[in-house]
Write a protein that binds this ligand. Sequence first.
Ligand code: KG4
Ligand code: ZN
Length: 339
Amino acid sequence: MLILGIESSCDETSAAVVRQDGDGKLTALSNVVASQVETHRLYGGVVPEIAGRAHIEAVSRVVGEALRDAGVSPAKLDGVAVTSHPGLIGALLVGVNFAKAFAFSNKLPLLPVNHVHAHTAAAYLTDPELKPPFLALVVSGGHTSFYLVHDYTHYEELGGTRDDAAGEAFDKIGRVIGLPYPGGAAMDKLAKEGDERGGKKCVSLPSPALSGDNLDFSFSGLKTAALNYLNSQKQKGEDVDRALFASAFTEAVVSAVTKKVPAALERSGCRRVVLAGGVAANSHLRARLDEVCRANGAKLVVPPRDLCGDNAAMVAAQGVYELLAGNIADTYLNASACD
Ligand code: KG4
Ligand code: ZN
């Protein structure tokens, strides 16, 4: 089976072709990502209107490249998968409308894909042995959630952030300390330097893990505390050691997210964990989650970094299972900003 995937939910226009072999194994034959990061950097964050327009400019070329790289003609495809929700509505609409036209003109099934499910599906491309049920921890710019993945297309949210997501917190605080957008990857590097100088506990910051019997988080308090610290240092005329601060901030995020994992494993009844989403690229989170999973006798699957951020191979991978489940849309398919 050959599926074309299209992703345009935020600031990456991406297209990919994924093949499923007879034994069920998935392989990405191509995965083209056109990033708009440089464009949005000027504004310190994604500007939705600009993102939509940039997707329009890129989508035909990116899909053409993905088909060429894979050596696959439209006639050989079995379906077109597209991220239909959640995301920026103007950005999503570009991918959805392109996919509709492509599917209609090539007489192919149109497969709507949830962006969060797609992030998780990157794990099937990583570990061919992986099968549901498993516990998924999705940490991205918009999500910090635990899911019990009952089946390829059946997700149950066990808990998650009640306000901002971990990636958003990295980006916003990164911006305040002068890092270019998106701040997550730069914070990761700085924190490594800070860790080496013993920075993990150098600033007292509140934990985003909510207390009590839940799997929920709140990142707004952490953001406010970090801002207050940075502002008070400024008022006192004292320099902030960015590496030490990044180390303490990262420690607050990573320890909160991983602290909930034993309870999430218990709740899910699973001993397999998938880490997914853009923040899954974070070296501190990857290492700590690995330790926690080992200590709890759970197997961890983490996609390689190029499959953690937004890309269409993960969308095509999820599309394979949507097609097998018969989840085919008609040309009335609409995009939605919500989960
Ligand atoms: O999944 P993604 O590409 O887009 C959404 O679906 O939101 O995630 C993007 C987020 C951004 O907030 C970015 O700063 C963060 O992932 N990110 C990282 C790292 N690489 C990307 N955060 C922390 N450490 C990283 N190495
Ligand atoms: Zn994403």
